[in-house]
Design a protein around this ligand. Sequence first.
Ligand SMILES: Nc1ncnc2c1ncn2[C@@H]1O[C@H](COP(=O)(O)OP(=O)(O)O)[C@@H](O)[C@H]1O
Ligand SMILES: [Mg+2]
Length: 273
Amino acid sequence: MTGTKPHLLFTYGQILCSLLQTTQPEQRSEGLNVDSIREIKYLQELSHPSIVGLLDVFSTKDETINMVIEYFPHGNLEQLIKDRGVAYGAADVKAWMGMLGRAVYFCHANFVLHRDIKPNNLLIAADGEVKLADFGLARSFADPYANMTPVVITLWYRPPELLFGARHYSGAVDVWSMGMVFAELLLRVPYAAAPSDQELAQLDTICDAVGTPAEDNWPGVSSLPNYVSMDKRSSRPQHDREAWHVLAALRRLHRTRKGVQLGLISTDSIPRD
Ligand SMILES: Nc1ncnc2c1ncn2[C@@H]1O[C@H](COP(=O)(O)OP(=O)(O)O)[C@@H](O)[C@H]1O
Ligand SMILES: [Mg+2]
């Protein structure tokens, strides 16, 4: 959640809870932080075992909003990926991707785009379950004609249609981010980390990693508002064959916009270790 103060811990019934408090009064509209309103709205609507549960919300006299959320003692997947002292295998990655896939499917089935899927927003519960958090950039996509901003999703996890300025998009944008998370879990470094904080540099990095979008492999791409020809040769890095197969399936899924469940079927091709 954007603009949170450090968490306070207490118990709420049997559950150890974290209290998130919003700050940043400059972002407030009519007394409330806009991102906080979004987050509360969507967390209240989306009750699912793989999405963080909102237990309570209350405000104080200074108009601080307090969200009571289950406490996640093991931090987030970004911290876990970076911690070289932690070993994990293909079965763990399969389980985490399954949880993420079910969370994202549930959001999309309820016409909600998360728009900030990345390891830092996947929290690890006491029992090892991974839950999707941080709905500060989420929005409904129930109206297919509504214009949406393309400036969402943290750059390394942002799909090419948003980098080309698309104002109409679907759950496919979250599926792309899922693919980036999956690759990062396997490689233990971000898969498409641009060398600079620029959208063109991010597009270059994506082209180097997975190939160049053009009309023959992506009909309509040249009509996107900020399209520029990425006239480059693709050089695919070598990965584990099975993992590459699943990543390619997620990319196909992202292109064909068929929904997340197909991706979950594909993950069955990863052997358990
Ligand atoms: N309920 C929680 N329990 C434990 N840690 C949390 C909890 N909520 C958030 N965090 C930690 O704080 C980080 C930032 O929280 P997040 O909701 O994503 O806000 P931001 O918008 O600042 O990214 C998370 O990546 C996680 O490490
Ligand atoms: Mg976050």
